[in-house]
Ligand binder design. Structure first.
Ligand SMILES: Nc1nc2c(c(=O)[nH]1)N[C@H]1C(S)=C(S)[C@@H](COP(=O)(O)O)O[C@H]1N2
Ligand SMILES: [Mo]
Length: 159
């Protein structure tokens, strides 16, 4: 019992230790900070993901819907120069993962890329933080950045 109480205390401490806000920067430099509640309020999808032989169901908004909050083009507006827009996802340990913006568009690819804030119906673990990136269909979990704190859209195409 004592051990359980201690474990719960540490879990509580750990869950308070990770960033609950998400910093966004759009392709024209627009910045927004979203709370966990604002992220949770976006339309949600569920994605099954296997990592190291373990199957989990992650839940959260499509990453493209999160990025729309900072003027990121979506759907058919992703064409021409936007085809070279890059999405840079940053975690609190310095880990960074890049995606092409078009990869995030559900009209372009059937595999969804989400910003998960729940797993198997429960909040994410302290290890995964407030937000974890999940790329449906990936064969290894290297792009599944844990403890995501900031996401930036970069326009690589030169006029
Ligand atoms: N923030 C963060 N996320 C990360 C990493 C990392 O170093 N930092 N490593 C990635 C890699 S290479 C792998 S294989 C998986 C491992 O995640 P797991 O330990 O939850 O299976 O996390 C990915 N997400
Ligand atoms: Mo890895």
């Amino acid at each position: 019992m004592k051990t359980l109480v201690l474990a719960l205390c540490f879990a509580g401490l750990a869950s308070g230790a990770f960033a609950q806000t998400l910093g966004l920067k759009g392709p024209a430099g627009e910045t927004v900070s979203l709370t966990a509640a604002e992220v949770a309020g976006l339309p949600r999808v569920s994605v099954a993901f296997d990592a190291h032989g373990e199957k989990h169901v992650y839940e959260g908004p499509l990453l493209i819907d999160v990025l729309a909050k900072v003027g990121t083009p979506t759907g058919k507006a992703i064409h021409g120069p936007e085809m070279a827009d890059v999405v840079l996802v940053k975690a609190d340990d310095g880990y960074q993962v890049a995606f092409g913006l078009a990869e995030l568009d559900p009209g372009t690819r059937s595999n969804r890329i989400i910003l998960a804030d729940k797993v198997d119906g429960a909040p994410l673990s302290a290890k995964d933080g407030a937000f974890k990136l999940v790329a449906e269909g990936d064969l290894r979990p290297a792009r599944s950045a844990r403890r995501v704190t900031a996401i930036e859209v970069l326009r690589l195409a030169k006029p």
